[in-house]
Design a binder for this molecule. Structure first.
Ligand code: MIC
Ligand code: SF4
Length: 643
């Protein structure tokens, strides 16, 4: 029996475990990336490990999220990250150099290598044939220290692309179509491999749009073969020697094969407030639009931007629409400027933002109240834009540009223009935005620059046999990490200040939660299906830990968040019978008993003291995860020498 492409890369990097679906495997990690919103914490954690130099082939620290610098906090954190990178042997991508995933694809990604990043969209690297995973900061810190990255061996889904995209139908529409088919939890526990004849017509940036949005499916990661298209892209980036061919064996076995006929596909949109709430653009065309945002790690490549510029050229943005464009990298922005496309965008009335995440994470450009915002981004969770009652629709760059001109949701096919984009044979490869680390023999001289915004992070307690707690919050299905620990310009600057951030925990669902949790002292949270979907931010575990949360009991968990909870010493538990979710109410007092044994056997009994009922729970933990909980979190476990 042959191997799938992902299985081949896993096999080459396997450090421990067996490649049997569901069992824990440890992978050697070749490359890591961090961004600034998760990076400060990751480097503080890395410091506690006492390693004097990163032990990966390449580690890059990007600054792309918190670039508003409204106050000293961001600037201080950036200086901290820069000094850490210099001392510990990482490359440092300066603010303005671009969004981590876009820059990594252009300048550093290598087919067949493993990459983990403290950002859930790290699978973007799968567009170039990497096996790339989003992870919590502690896991990235461990990998930088030379430790393995642990996942449970995923199942394999193959998506067969038949035919060829028709004009104005894009990679974004493929991403939205697969979200329509699978939903935001359909990819949980799977790696998605993209194949079929349609692949050869997709450029690397288009493939990267698709692997990027695999995060929204909950997939462990997504990957494309490394073929002639990949080779041409790397060559054009001046990195032809990084190429190697990679594909699945012809007799590889998949758990599931899904077919998408590209000839049949139409422009799609994800309606509020979930990326899987998908319909055809034609079904909502004519809807009045207030704002359009083009950019983000999903759709900010040169290819995307050139298409947008061509649509805007000679036209004017509707007077009722505010249009922002954030190119993905310095390379993209410079090339747009050089070829005149940037002038076309400016002349049309677009507001050009810097090469950063910007509006995608609510760093400015929030819509008006009750406004309709069309975004080429990957997430439209409630409140994420910074405006609680805004309606955000996810669309392709073509749909975004056409709608910005018309002032209403517009199917770009109705423009009646012929969009022919020529890609350059070579990209502008100026890496001056990436600073190199100090040589190993000078590293000890480098001073680490810390600002007053850096506060100590909470220390988990080693597991206790009995936990008596209050149910201080009960929430429903598909709770995102944006619900648990919102981002946006008000809160994001405090990512290294857990006490301050704790005031906003679950603000979107129930702003009285932090006070209630603090008052009760020891808490559990009750959740529904797919608890913790979305971002990799470990703050969604560290802040509840700070507020006294000792366990989260849910119907099911998103992969990265479950790992973050364990790393933070919080026990993720599931209901043996999902109907028991209905029995528990917020405000109940509960007791979790015999935990020491329960985390090993996987069976835990909870007593709802208020209701006078016993409820059976499951702990789906590996031996390593059990030991992490017993030790009091990952950092203590690693400190005990269990790498
Ligand atoms: C996001 O898109 O939600 C973020 C902001 O990039 C997060 C990381 C973070 O919260 O800092 C992610 O996707 O992991
Ligand atoms: Fe940045 Fe948005 Fe991409 Fe997250 S999804 S990395 S915030 S651009």
């Amino acid at each position: 029996m042959g191997y799938t492409l992902a299985q081949k890369i896993i096999k080459e990097h396997l450090l421990s475990g067996e490649m049997i679906r569901g069992s824990e495997i440890g992978l050697r990690i070749d490359q890591t990336l961090t961004q600034d919103a998760t990076g400060t914490m990751a480097y503080l954690e890395f410091e506690t490990m006492g390693v004097d130099r990163v032990r990966t082939e390449l580690s890059v620290a990007y600054v792309d999220h918190n670039t508003l610098q409204s106050g000293f906090m961001n600037a201080d954190d950036h200086r901290f990250i820069q000094s850490m990178a210099k001392k510990y042997g990482l490359k440092f991508s300066r603010p303005g150099n671009g969004i981590c995933h876009q820059v990594h694809l252009e300048r550093f990604g290598i087919p067949g290598k493993t990459l983990i990043g403290s950002d859930s969209h790290t699978p973007t690297g799968g567009g170039i044939g990497m096996l790339a995973f989003g992870a919590g900061g502690m896991d990235v810190a461990c990998a930088m220290g030379g430790g393995a990255y642990y996942i449970s061996m995923p199942g394999m889904i193959k998506v067969e692309l038949k035919g060829r995209l028709r004009p104005f139908v894009t990679a974004k529409d493929i991403s939205l179509e697969i979200l329509r088919i699978l939903s935001v939890k359909g990819g949980v526990g799977y790696i998605i491999e993209w194949g079929g004849e349609g692949v050869k017509y997709l450029s690397v940036p288009e493939r990267a749009t698709i692997t990027n949005m695999g995060a929204e499916l909950g997939a462990t990661t997504s990957v494309f073969p490394s073929d002639e298209v990949t080779k041409a892209f790397l060559k054009a980036q001046g990195r032809g020697s990084d190429w190697r061919p990679l594909e699945a064996d012809p007799d590889a076995v998949y758990d599931w094969i899904i077919e998408i006929d590209l000839d049949e596909l139409e422009p799609m949109t994800a309606c509020p407030h979930s990326p899987d709430n998908v319909c055809r653009v034609s079904e909502v065309s004519g809807m009045k639009v207030d704002q359009v945002c083009i950019g983000s790690c999903t759709n900010s490549s040169l290819y995307d931007m050139l298409k947008v510029a061509a649509i805007l050229k000679g036209r004017t943005v509707s007077p009722d629409v505010s249009l922002s464009i954030s190119p993905g990298s310095k390379q993209v922005l410079t090339m747009l400027a050089d070829c005149g496309a940037l002038s076309d965008m400016i002349a049309a009335g677009a507001r050009i933002l810097e090469c950063a995440c910007g509006p995608c994470i609510g760093m400015g450009f929030s819509p008006n109240s009750g406004g309709v915002s069309l975004r080429t981004f990957n997430r439209n969770f409630e409140g994420r834009s910074g405006t609680a009652d805004a309606s955000v629709y996810l669309v392709s760059p073509e749909t975004a540009a056409a709608s910005a001109i018309a002032g209403v949701m517009t199917d770009p096919r109705s423009l009646g223009i012929d969009l022919k984009i020529e890609m350059p044979d070579s990209f502008l490869t100026d890496d001056s935005g990436v600073l190199l680390p100090a040589d190993a023999d000078e590293a000890s001289e480098v001073e680490i620059l810390r600002g007053p915004n850096i506060k100590p992070f909470p220390e988990p307690k080693p597991l206790e046999d009995v936990i008596e707690a209050g149910v201080t919050l009960k929430v429903g299905d598909n709770i995102t990490t944006d619900h648990i620990m919102p981002a946006g310009s008000k809160i994001l600057p405090y990512r290294s200040n857990i006490p301050y951030m704790s005031r906003f925990c679950f603000e979107v669902c129930d702003s009285s939660f932090p006070e209630r949790a603090k008052e009760r002292g020891v808490s559990v949270i009750i959740g529904g299906e797919n608890y913790g979907q979305g971002s990799s931010r470990e703050h969604a575990a560290l802040v509840p830990l700070y507020l006294g949360v000792r366990a989260v009991i849910a119907k099911s968990f998103a992969r990265i968040h479950a790992a973050n909870l364990i790393n933070a010493g919080i026990i993720p538990l599931t209901f043996n019978d999902p109907f028991d979710y209905e029995l528990i109410e917020q405000g109940d007092e509960i007791i979790l008993k015999d935990l020491m044994e329960g985390v090993s056997t996987g069976r835990i009994l909870m007593r709802d003291v208020t209701k006078g009922k016993g409820i059976r729970l499951r702990a789906d933990l590996t031996e390593r995860q059990t030991d992490i909980l017993k030790a009091g979190g990952l950092l203590k476990y690693v400190g005990m020498g269990n790498k």
